[in-house]
Design a protein around this ligand. Structure first.
Ligand SMILES: [Zn+2]
Length: 745
């Protein structure tokens, strides 16, 4: 659009908001500033274009670009050059991290017959970039320890703690065995961790066609789903302990940083691990005998799933180059005008496992179009109140390396200045996914109402609400219909927001469209331009919608008179988490009592088939009552102060007197939910309300300290952790109360 057309548009929009028309309301804005905000937003929304998104993707996904490759660096420099060309103040920040890449890999069946796994993804002729073998990272799991083991195999389903309880019932031990786990059910790094804790000496992870192969749909290249030889690469670092460079926990991996010896890095696996395709897994599973796997353990391969152990004997070998590689984080800054010391931080990664058109380039290109749009506004005279920081991260795939090292390096500044971190990763077609800090729930609902869904041509918010009604459990449908705002999912881990929310306590959001774009190319060589433009957001309209959605979120956070947090939604949702925690204790308690009763009644003896093995569980002491009062008291205070805050906002002279002091305090509200000594056994995770689960990894645990103690039946720790969670709710209530008082002054 030519510049004069935009100025004309701005003028028309300003005119359309003169008295007589309904004053537009935007959370945190006075009606005057909302009018000018909406005018700027209209200009911004017209900038992102599908053609640009496609061009950027063509460039960024043209060649493999994992950490340490020339094309990874080249991409970072190309993004930097675009930012500068658009007039942004940008630079690259480097870190040097431990990055193992494979030197030797082997999986073979040595008994009862011989089979050598291919460990390779063949090129597909129709897919132009699938033949760049020389630059592709071989199929492997990063941060697996080196090892060379031969042992009987045991099939362990997803390889999560529940599966090992099931194995106990079957009388099967994995001690000294190599486990075969399927992908799914947890973050992949959990599988070798739990296997090692149970005495296994090796771990093979395969993609069962039930999860993302022919069971779901036609396989690539005829369809979107995983083909016989497709392999999911991925990190197996023990990220629930800490993400980022394994050698520099808690500090930026700069040149002079103190580094642990590799042997002391806690997040490298204890046993060797390799991922394989279902083509390679089939002969291994076929060679297993022993009991037939429980019904919910069976996948979609054309065979009877047996658990083992043996007679399949497997040889597994992994050896890596344990190199240090350089990261290239691209950072751009738009200085704020009146509150420059409050930062709005936005990020998406640029590195991939291979070509990575979907993960992450589909998100990276949307972020670039946002940056171009904001740069356009600046050229036309817009200056945000607060400082905006755009980050394009390196090394996300291996362990959130670029974002974690940057956040650790700038921890003090971020704790002081950061109001929000807004993340995206890959983007697809469908519904708006919104997860994040519950204090941003009202804010995100407002943004989603002002962006159109490309397929329905009405707000993304409306479509998401209707989708939630369609898919809600019957007892929750009413809530979706009646509640003013759609709830945000809580954040666990799995992308670059982790260091911001979990370590630093910066209120965070993770956004992206999806749900209509399934497929099975995740972390394979087939995640490339051909696949994306045939099976995902083929015309890049959802890429444009994502750029519009997050661009609006950034602008509103940067421009609002009063930072648009809301604490009644937070108190409401945390109240649900407290209820869930009490229910969890109750169900654990009931489960233990019921099992003890059945043992006394002789149930297990009665149902044991003498021709099969069934090992009865052991009787356990019934759990003590826990004292939830500290949490209830904290929640009560949070509810009161959030209501007080709402009243204070309703009467505040927003847009009349400067609120920079109040805004600075508001940025600290999320920080109040952290404690500096973190969660039990993992001090890096400081947030007391959200964290990735120790044994789920991706999956979020809410009120994680207490929840995990209850799950592990550590009742003393549960009581202590309830006190700590209650304490942060009181801290939060105090901060909000102070702000309310200051607003009323
Ligand atoms: Zn990603």
């Amino acid at each position: 659009m030519a510049k004069f057309v935009r100025i004309l548009l701005l003028f028309i929009l300003l005119l359309s908001a003169v008295p007589g028309a309904d004053p537009p309301t935007v959370q945190g804005f006075s009606s005057d500033s909302a009018t000018s905000e909406r005018a700027w937003e209209a200009i911004f929304k017209a900038v992102p274009s599908p053609e640009h998104l496609r061009e950027y993707m063509q460039r960024l996904a043209a060649r493999p670009h994992h950490v340490g490759t020339p094309y990874d660096k080249d991409n970072a420099e190309w993004i930097l050059a675009r930012f500068k060309e658009w007039g942004l103040d940008a630079h690259i920040e480097n870190f040097d991290v431990l990055f193992p890449s494979p030197k030797e890999r082997a999986v073979e069946l040595v008994e009862p017959k011989r089979f050598v796994a291919k460990l390779e993804e063949p090129p597909v002729s129709i897919d132009a970039t699938s033949n760049q073998q020389a630059e592709q990272l071989p199929t492997y799991n990063a941060y697996s320890i080196d090892g060379d083991v031969t042992a009987p195999a045991v099939y362990v389903n997803y390889g999560v703690p529940d599966d090992y309880e099931q194995l106990d019932r079957l009388g099967i031990s994995v001690k000294g065995a190599i486990v075969i786990a399927r992908y799914g059910g947890s973050w992949r790094g959990i599988k070798p961790k739990v296997a090692a804790e149970h005495g296994a000496i090796g771990c093979i992870i395969y993609s069962d066609p039930h999860e993302d192969g022919y069971f779901e749909g036609d396989v690539f290249p005829a369809g979107a789903w995983r083909s016989r030889d497709g392999v999911q690469r991925g990190s197996v670092m023990d990220m629930p302990i800490y993400p980022g460079d394994p050698l520099t926990p808690g500090v930026g991996a700069t040149e002079g940083a103190k580094r642990l010896p590799i042997s002391e890095a806690k997040t490298i696996t204890k046993i060797p691990v390799l991922p394989i395709s279902y083509g390679d897994a089939e002969p291994l599973l076929e060679a297993l005998t022993g009991p037939v796997a429980p019904a919910h353990w069976r996948g979609a391969l054309p065979l009877t799933y047996h658990v083992g152990p043996g007679p399949a004997k497997v040889h597994l070998k992994v050896k890596s180059n344990w190199d240090t590689k350089r990261l290239y984080d691209v950072i751009a800054r738009i200085p704020g005008k009146t509150e420059p010391d409050i930062w709005i931080v936005r990020g998406n990664h640029h590195d991939a496992w291979v070509n990575g058109a979907e993960d992450p380039v589909s998100g990276t290109v949307a972020e670039m179009e946002e940056a171009r749009g904001l740069a356009e506004l600046v050229k036309q005279g817009w200056q945000p109140k607060r400082t905006i920081v755009y980050c394009v991260w390196d090394g996300e795939e291996e362990g959130l390396l670029g974002s974690t090292e940057w956040a650790e390096q700038h921890a003090d500044e971020l704790r002081q200045h950061a109001a929000v971190y807004i993340n995206s990763d890959g983007n697809g077609r469908g519904y708006l996914g919104m997860a994040g800090s519950h204090s941003l729930e009202k804010f995100m609902n407002g943004v989603a109402k002002d962006v159109n869904d490309p397929e329905k041509d009405y707000p993304a918010w409306k479509r998401l609400r209707l989708e939630r009604i369609a898919n809600a459990p019957p007892d929750q449908r009413d809530e979706v219909r009646k509640r003013a705002d759609l709830r945000l999912g809580a954040l666990g881990s799995g992308s670059d927001y982790t260091a911001f929310i979990d370590h630093l306590g910066v209120a965070s959001l993770n956004l992206g469209y999806g749900g209509e774009d399934g497929g099975g190319i995740y972390h394979s060589i087939y995640d490339d331009l051909y696949w994306y433009t045939h099976f995902s957001d083929t015309d890049f309209r959802y890429g444009r919608a994502l750029a519009q959605t997050i661009g609006l979120a950034v602008m509103r956070m940067a421009d609002a008179d009063l930072l648009p947090y809301d604490f009644t939604g937070l108190a409401d949702t945390v109240g649900r988490y407290v209820d869930e925690l009490e229910k969890l204790w109750k169900s654990k308690s009931d489960e233990i009592k019921e099992r003890n009763t059945e043992l006394e009644e002789g149930v297990y003896v009665a149902i044991a088939d003498p021709k099969k093995t069934l090992v009865p569980p052991k009787a356990e002491d019934a759990p003590p009552f826990l004292n939830f009062a500290p949490l209830r008291n904290g929640l009560d205070k949070l509810q009161h102060s959030s209501e007080h805050y709402d009243k204070a906002v309703a009467h505040a002279a927003v847009g009349v007197k400067p609120l920079d002091g109040v805004n600075r305090k508001l940025t600290q509200a999320e920080r109040a939910l952290t404690l500096p000594d973190g969660l039990p056994g993992r001090p890096w995770f400081q947030h007391q309300i959200y964290a990735p689960g120790l044994y789920t990894g991706y999956g979020v645990k809410t009120i994680p300290g207490a929840r995990e103690a209850i799950e592990q039946k550590n009742w003393k720790q549960a009581d202590e952790q309830i006190v700590r969670a209650g304490q942060v709710l009181e801290n939060e209530a105090r901060v909000i109360e102070e702000i309310a008082v200051e607003l009323e002054r």
